[in-house]
Design a protein around this ligand. Structure first.
Ligand code: CAA
Length: 286
C-alpha cells in the first residue's frame, strides 16, 4: 500500500520513516529541495548509527530505504491510500497544501493533518472531501513515540475514522481520541509546563536545574527545557500561541523569552543554539 507524506522537516521525515519501516511504499514530498537533502542525510546518519550499534541490519536498512522515495511534486500523491500532511504550523500554509493535495489525489484518498493544534474542520473546509479529512498528531521523534492522537473534524465520517485508526495500528501506534480544541490532549498539558519552565529560566533559574527537577523529581525522560530545544523553540512557541489565541485565556500567555529567542534564530537543537548549545552532530556542548 502507498502512503504519501507532505513535508520533509523533522516531523514529516520521521513520519515517512515510520511508514516505510512498517512496510508501506512511501513518497515524502517537499517543494524545498534543501529540506529533502537534509531529510535524506539525517535518515542515512540515523540508520548508519543503528547498524553500527547493532539494532538494525544492513539488509533491513536497504529494504526500508528501498520503500522510501522523495519528490518535489504534489502530483506524486496519486495512488496513495492516505496522505499525511506535516508542513509548518501556519493555517495558510496548511490550507494551501490541502487544496493542492485535494486536487492531485485520487477521489478515495484520505488526507490527514499532523497539526499539533490547528482546527481540522477549518483545514478540511478548503477541500472537496471534508468527510475524508482528519487529524493524526504524531510526537517527536515520530518513529520512537508510541502515541498518535486522532482528531475528528466536524464532518469527518465514521468510515474515515475507522480506516485511519486501522492505519495507525498498522504503523505500530496506539491511539487516543482527542477533542478538536487547541493543543488537543497532550500539548494542552505538556506545552504550558514547558512554557512555565521557560518563565522560570527568564526569572533567573538555571536551565539544568529546571530540567533536573523534572527528570529526578518526576521521572520525566527529558527535562522541559531540554525537550523545548529538542522539538524546536519555534514549534513549541507556535503551539503555545495557538492555545493562547484559541482559548482567549491569559493562563496560556507565551513566555516572552521564547519570543525573543525565536526572533534571534535560537531555535534549539536544529540550529545548534537554544537554551543549550549543540555541536553539528546535535550533541549538547554546554
Ligand atoms: N529520530 C528517530 N529515531 C530516534 C531519534 C530521532 N530523532 N532519537 C532517538 N531515536 C531512536 C534511536 O535510534 C534509538 O533506536 P534503536 O534503539 O533502534 O537504536 C532509540 O530511539 C533510543 O535512542 P537513544 O538510546 O539514543 O536515546 P534515549 O533512550 O535517551 O531516548 C528519546 C531518546 C526517545 C528521545 C527519549 O529521550 C524521550 O522519550 N524523550 C521525550 C520525548 C518527548 O517527550 N516527545 C514528545 C515531544 S512533544 C511533541 O512532539 C508534540 C508536538 O506537537 C511537537
Amino acid at each position: 500500500m502507498k502512503a504519501a507524506v507532505v513535508g520533509a522537516g523533522l516531523m514529516g521525515s520521521g513520519i515517512a520513516q515510520t511508514c516505510a519501516q512498517a512496510g508501506f511504499e512511501v513518497v515524502n514530498i517537499d517543494t524545498f529541495p534543501s529540506a529533502i537533502d537534509k531529510a535524506k542525510a539525517n535518515l542515512e546518519a540515523l540508520f548508519a548509527r543503528k547498524v553500527t550499534k547493532g539494532s538494525m541490519t544492513e539488509e533491513k536498512k536497504e529494504e526500508i530505504l528501498g520503500r522510501l522515495t522523495y519528490s518535489g511534486s504534489f502530483e506524486d500523491v496519486k495512488g496513495a491510500a492516505i496522505v499525511i500532511e506535516a508542513v509548518p504550523e501556519k493555517i495558510e500554509i496548511k490550507k494551501d497544501t490541502f487544496r493542492k493535495v485535494d486536487e492531485a489525489a485520487d477521489a478515495d484518498t484520505l488526507i490527514v493533518s499532523n497539526t499539533s493544534g490547528l482546527s481540522i474542520s477549518e483545514i478540511a473546509s478548503v477541500t472537496n472531501r471534508p468527510d475524508k479529512v482528519m487529524g493524526v498528531h504524531f510526537f517527536y521523534p515520530a518513529p520512537v513515540m508510541k502515541l498518535v492522537e486522532l482528531v475528528r473534524g466536524l464532518v469527518t465520517s465514521n468510515e474515515t475514522y475507522e480506516k485511519v485508526k486501522e492505519f495507525a495500528g498498522q504503523i505500530g501506534k496506539t491511539t487516543v481520541d482527542a477533542p478538536e480544541y487547541p493543543g488537543f490532549m497532550v500539548n494542552r498539558i505538556l506545552v504550558p509546563m514547558q512554557n512555565e519552565a521557560a518563565f522560570m529560566v527568564m526569572e533567573g533559574s538555571r536551565p539544568e536545574d529546571v530540567d533536573n527537577a523534572m527528570k529526578l523529581g518526576c521521572n520525566h525522560p527529558m527535562g522541559p527545557i531540554e525537550l523545548t530545544d529538542f522539538v524546536g523553540i519555534d514549534t513549541m512557541l507556535a503551539t503555545m500561541t495557538g492555545l493562547y489565541n484559541g482559548f482567549h485565556d491569559s493562563k496560556y500567555r507565551p513566555c516572552p523569552l521564547l519570543e525573543t529567542m525565536v526572533k534571534a534564530g535560537h531555535l534549539g537543537k536544529k540550529t545548534g543554539q537554544g537554551f543549550y548549545k549543540y555541536d553539528e552532530k546535535g550533541n549538547k556542548i554546554s
